[in-house]
Design a protein around this ligand. Structure first.
Ligand SMILES: NC(=O)c1ccc[n+]([C@@H]2O[C@H](COP(=O)([O-])OP(=O)(O)OC[C@H]3O[C@@H](n4cnc5c(N)ncnc54)[C@H](O)[C@@H]3O)[C@@H](O)[C@H]2O)c1
Length: 346
């Protein structure tokens, strides 16, 4: 690996990948391209520079911005409008152009360069109505997935790649899904490595959380600042469940995938924390209280939020059948690391 481009590389995931690549390989040149749309990303520029990573202010929607980068061996596409609420205000132009056209521009650039491509997709590609069919019961602190499931792709381990993608899924999910479909064509026709990871929640140090993206960081920050929070939808109980992968675990997987692309050419791969690294908002509140020492008021909003789902947990059987990767860090580790990072930044 001589020269790698990380698009969206000033963001949470991209910057962590750029740092890790620079650390892992002695003679690598890492270039980051980002339009700095996400607030907070500009805060990573000094760190990138201090580690010898070049930064280009550019936009994946513009093919010429990518071409300015020159020769590369691999591209990790982390640029995105990553909010599930994006476009729900009636203006989906940006989310579609960045997540779909941007990814296609990256693929085209990789084809020209004969470079490998790793694309970060999302669990949000699965149809919402399908995810809502998952049988679950209401436990004391969370919704719990039932043993018995009746639909293809759903099991007590969560959601697998076989789950249906047909149906409403948000502009975020739809634009990522459309990009996945185009990348599949590039992979088949041009026979070069394209790896697609469908990620559940990714969390850890370096994430500038918002209510609609980066929930662990957002929740912990609110506790540290003693700001009130709300449980939205699902009767305001806070029992909705997600799984989370620590950014360090994800980066470890990505480096392995870049080194062994041939193992990951058969379709797409769910990547997440799985059942062992899952949590409900209610449980998150308790953990944040314990770590920060602060208790904040958590109100209720009964109306369900656009495109929300009661449970998402990644079933990673397929990923684990092709490699030995497994999560080494779990919810408590992630939250502690987020707390330490926020404390440091205060
Ligand atoms: N963080 C998660 O929980 C999560 C979960 C699943 C998938 N993903 C995917 O992982 C990738 C990285 O997400 P993240 O959490 O780091 O988000 P992020 O918002 O922190 O990073 C995205 C970066 O892309 C940049 N960007 C946006 N539009 C751009 C454009 N048109 N041209 C160039 N740069 C642009 C932003 O400025 C930002 O720095 C995304 O593709 C996202 O969909 C993230």
């Amino acid at each position: 690996m001589k020269r790698v481009l990380v698009t969206g590389g000033a963001g949470f995931v991209g910057s962590n990948i750029a740092f890790a690549l620079k650390e892992h390989y002695e003679n690598i040149e890492v270039v980051v391209l980002d339009n700095l749309l996400r607030r907070g990303s500009e805060g990573n520029l000094a760190d990138l520079e201090s580690r010898g990573i070049s930064f280009i202010h550019g936009d994946v929607r513009l093919p010429d911005d990518l071409r300015k980068v020159g020769k590369i061996d691999f591209l990790v596409e982390c640029s995105a409008e990553p909010s599930v609420l994006a476009g729900s205000d009636g203006s989906p132009g940006y989310v579609i152009q960045t997540n779909l056209n941007g990814a296609v521009n990256c693929a085209e650039y990789c084809r020209e360069q004969n470079a490998g491509l790793l694309f970060l997709s999302t669990s949000r590609v699965y149809a919402i109505e399908q995810l809502k069919i998952l049988n679950f019961s209401e436990g004391k602190s969370r919704f719990e997935i039932s043993e018995k499931q009746e639909c293809f792709g759903l099991s007590k381990n969560g959601v697998s790649e076989d789950c249906s993608i047909t149906g409403f899924k948000s502009f975020y999910g739809a634009s990522k899904m459309a990009a996945e479909l185009v990348l599949e064509e590039y992979k088949c026709l041009f026979d070069w490595p394209v790896i697609v990871n469908r990620c559940g929640l990714i969390a850890g140090p370096g994430q500038f959380g918002k209510a609609d993206q980066g929930i662990m960081s957002f929740w912990m920050h609110a506790h540290m600042q003693k700001k009130s929070l709300k449980y939205i939808g699902f009767n305001g109980t806070g029992k909705q469940v997600r799984d989370a992968v620590h950014i360090k675990d994800l980066v470890r997987l990505i480096i392995y995938q870049m080194e062994n692309p041939e193992k990951f050419q058969d379709g797409v791969f769910n990547v997440g924390g799985g059942q062992d690294s899952s949590f409900s908002l209610l449980e998150l509140t308790t953990m944040c209280q314990e770590i920060s020492g602060n208790k904040v008021e958590v109100g209720q909003e009964l109306g369900e939020r656009y495109a929300d789902i009661p449970i998402y947990v990644s079933d990673m059987k397929k990923l684990k059948s092709v490699c030995d990767w497994k999560n080494e860090l779990y919810i408590e580790d992630i939250l502690q690391d987020v707390y330490n990072w926020l404390l440091d930044r205060q």
